[in-house]
Design a protein around this ligand. Structure first.
Ligand code: HEM
Length: 144
C-alpha cells in the first residue's frame, strides 16, 4: 500500500461518511414534512431538504464515488477478480438509485406533492442503513 493509495482511501471514506450523514437525515425530513400541514412549515422543510441535498449530499456522493474509483484504479490488479468487489459495486449502484430517487422526491415536495405516506418514508429511511452494513462488511471482511 503506497501512501498515495492510503490518502485516496481516506478521502473516499470521508466522502462516504458525509454522504451517509445526509442520506440518514433527509428521509427523516420527508417524514416530518409529510406530517406538516401549514404553508410556512412546508416551505421551511423544502428549504432544509434542498440545502441538505445541494450542500452536503450531492458533493459528498461525488467525492465518495470519485475517490472510490481512483482507489479502485490503483488497486485494480489486486481486486478485479474478487467477488466481494462486484457485489459491493452492485450495492453502490443501488445506493445511487436511492440517492437520485431522493432528488426526485425533493422536487415533488417542492411542488407541494407528497407521493407517499409517512409510513413509507419511515421504511424508506432504513434502506441506506442496510446498504451500509452490507457494503462495509464486504469491503472490510472481504468474505469472498
Ligand atoms: C463507485 C463507488 C465506489 C468504489 C469504486 C469504491 C472502491 C473502493 C476501493 C477500491 C477501496 C479500497 C479497498 C481496500 O483497500 O481494501 C474502498 C474502500 C472502502 N470503501 Fe469504497 N468504493 C465505492 C463506494 C463505497 C461506498 C458507497 C461505501 C459505503 C457504503 C464504501 C465504503 C468503503 C470503506 C469503508 C472502505 C475502507 C475499507 C478498508 O480500508 O478496510 N465505498 N472502496
Amino acid at each position: 500500500m503506497t501512501t498515495a493509495y492510503l490518502w485516496l482511501k481516506a478521502l473516499h471514506v470521508i466522502g462516504v461518511v458525509t454522504w451517509f450523514a445526509a442520506m440518514f437525515y433527509l428521509p427523516r425530513l420527508f417524514v416530518y414534512h409529510t406530517m406538516t400541514d401549514d404553508d410556512p412549515g412546508k416551505a421551511r422543510f423544502v428549504m432544509m431538504e434542498d440545502k441538505l441535498y445541494r450542500i452536503i449530499m450531492r458533493p459528498s456522493m461525488l467525492i465518495a464515488v470519485a475517490f472510490g474509483l481512483w482507489t479502485l484504479i490503483l488497486a485494480w490488479d489486486a481486486f478485479a477478480a474478487s467477488v466481494w468487489l462486484w457485489v459491493k459495486l452492485a450495492g453502490v449502484v443501488a445506493l445511487l438509485g436511492y440517492h437520485y430517487y431522493c432528488a426526485r422526491l425533493i422536487k415533488a415536495f417542492a411542488a407541494d406533492e407528497s407521493p407517499h405516506s409517512e409510513r413509507f418514508y419511515r421504511f424508506f429511511n432504513e434502506i441506506p442503513a442496510l446498504l451500509l452494513i452490507l457494503i462495509v462488511i464486504l469491503v472490510v471482511v472481504k468474505p469472498f
